[in-house]
Design a binder for this molecule. Structure first.
Ligand code: ASP
Ligand code: MG
Length: 473
């Protein structure tokens, strides 16, 4: 059994959907039981959320235009894909009604309220997947392959954390098996809406932007499929951002931990939570390019082959800031770190990296720049007593920095890697501001100035000979 996911660009227009049909048909020859999860057509989720926000500002003409454009985009695709007049007519009517109800009218409701609540944003934002799943299912039927669309609200049970809902796995598993297994037995390909779920009482939720990857991981795990394939618009996970290092190569294989580290540190290919559900049963995850289906892609699994290199990839995150809490009196005073991080957590701010020197004169950590202001505010309040006693003297913010993460499972226990990394960084002329290595040893991260990203990434990539040209030698 195989679970596939097609991203927004892979279903971005009639010709792309036709390609998806071909891919599913070809794989179905080999693996008769296939399920497919689809994203909204590219750009649609952004537009839907923009419409909701415009509605909240009372900009009726503007949100109505978005609803109309949405209808046009799906209409064009349907007219091109579905030649059977009756089926075409039926589908057109259906999507017209859906857009009317779930975009135009919901936006109107938001306009009257003057506010788009997270729940309303999920109701509107989920429309894109509900439309695209219908299109893909219809196109498959048109091409002679039995397929039915399935709303993931019937499968994935989540909490009510709208916009970033968490699946409740045991209920989800029961529902998913009950709904999908009979379809698969009957030779039908379920086409499932990515990105969305529903609370126990049936209110639509979403799993976070880019969450369709997560959907296929969840559903694949519930069905214990043999493999999960993620079809996207690049060849797989790369050794570095190719816009920085043109010579970067596509990784043939990587471990779950490497993929997790990389997606966390800015590699855009995979939604970070995707691997969580598949790890338990060690279901391999393949990333493939729907524009070039014959290319092998990247395989993510529990283990990689023994010839795998130590440093696998380098990624970077921008638009972050370094916050340093310092004071000579911090030494030996327990509890400052606890207070600091409790305060940060109370704001729901995500910490990307932490480091403390053993002299204990300062603690520094990295967060997104957009969250600096409110973080500093709560920190000042939380550390009021420490400021008063001069245990803490200063909270400094450094903007325009970047984290570089060097990732590789085989770095673990290999001496000399850090020396080579920092040797290369030094040679490039960049200054290292802070360093951290998790004790898992599969990631060494460090902070540099944002402008130094290109030279540092290139230097480390070269040092470990990760270039395409080196590998062909
Ligand atoms: N359509 C959703 C988004 O753009 C989910 C996804 O594409 O994975 O965030
Ligand atoms: Mg997407």
């Amino acid at each position: 059994m195989l679970a596939m996911k097609f991203g927004g660009t892979s279903v971005g227009g009639a010709n792309r959907i036709a390609e998806v049909v071909k891919i599913i048909q070809a794989e179905k020859e080999r693996t008769p039981k296939i399920i497919a999860v689809v994203s909204a057509m590219s750009g649609v989720t952004n537009n839907l959320l923009a419409a909701a926000n415009l509605a909240a500002q009372g900009k009726q003409a503007e949100y109505e235009k978005i609803c109309q454009d949405l209808l046009r985009k799906h209409r064009i695709a349907i007219l091109e894909l579905i030649k059977d007049a009756i089926r075409c007519e039926e589908l057109l009517k259906e999507i017209e009604l859906m857009i009317e109800q779930n975009c135009s009218r919901l936006c109107y409701g938001i306009q009257i309220l003057g506010e788009a609540s997270p729940r309303a944003l999920d109701a509107i934002g989920s429309l894109g997947e509900r439309l695209s799943a219908r299109l893909v299912a219809a196109a498959l039927n048109e091409a002679g392959t039995k397929a039915s669309f399935v709303e993931a609200t019937e499968l994935i049970v989540t909490d009510d954390n709208f916009g970033d809902a968490a699946p409740q796995m045991s209920e989800t598993e029961a529902r998913t098996q009950a709904k999908l297994l009979p379809m698969l037995e009957n030779g039908v390909v379920p086409i499932i809406t990515g990105f969305i779920g529903a609370t126990r009482s049936g209110v639509t939720t979403t799993l976070g932007r880019g969450g369709s990857d997560y959907s296929v991981g969840i559903i694949g795990a519930c069905l214990k499929v043999d493999e999960v394939w993620i079809w996207t618009d690049v060849d797989g996970v790369m050794s570095a951002d190719p816009s920085i290092v043109p010579d970067a190569h596509t990784l043939a294989e990587m471990t779950y931990s490497e993929a997790a580290e990389l997606s966390y540190y800015g590699a855009k290919v995979l939604y970070p939570k995707t691997i969580l559900p598949v790890i338990k049963d060690e279901i391999p995850l393949l990333i493939k390019n729907s524009f070039f289906p014959e290319r092998v892609g990247t395989r993510i699994a529990a283990k990689t082959s023994t010839t795998d290199s130590d440093v696998k990839a380098i990624s970077s995150i921008k638009n972050i800031s370094l916050i340093t809490i310092s004071g000579r009196g911090m030494m030996g005073v327990p509890g400052i770190a606890a207070k600091t991080f409790t305060a940060v957590a109370s704001q729901n701010v995500n910490i990307l990296m932490i480091s403390q020197s053993s002299s204990e004169n300062n603690i520094c950590f990295v967060i997104n720049t957009s969250e600096v202001e409110r973080t500093c505010m709560v920190l000042r309040r939380a550390l009021e007593v420490e400021f008063h006693h001069k245990h803490v003297e200063d909270i400094q913010v450094q903007n325009d920095i970047a984290i570089i993460a060097v990732v590789g499972e085989r770095m673990k226990g290999t001496p000399g890697i850090a020396a080579r990394i920092f040797g290369a960084v030094g040679q490039s002329g960049a200054n290292v501001i802070a360093i951290a290595q998790g004790s898992s040893e599969i990631n060494i991260s460090f902070v540099i100035g944002q402008n130094d990203i290109p030279k540092v990434v290139k230097a480390v990539h070269d040092e470990f000979k990760l270039g395409q040209s080196n590998r062909l030698k």
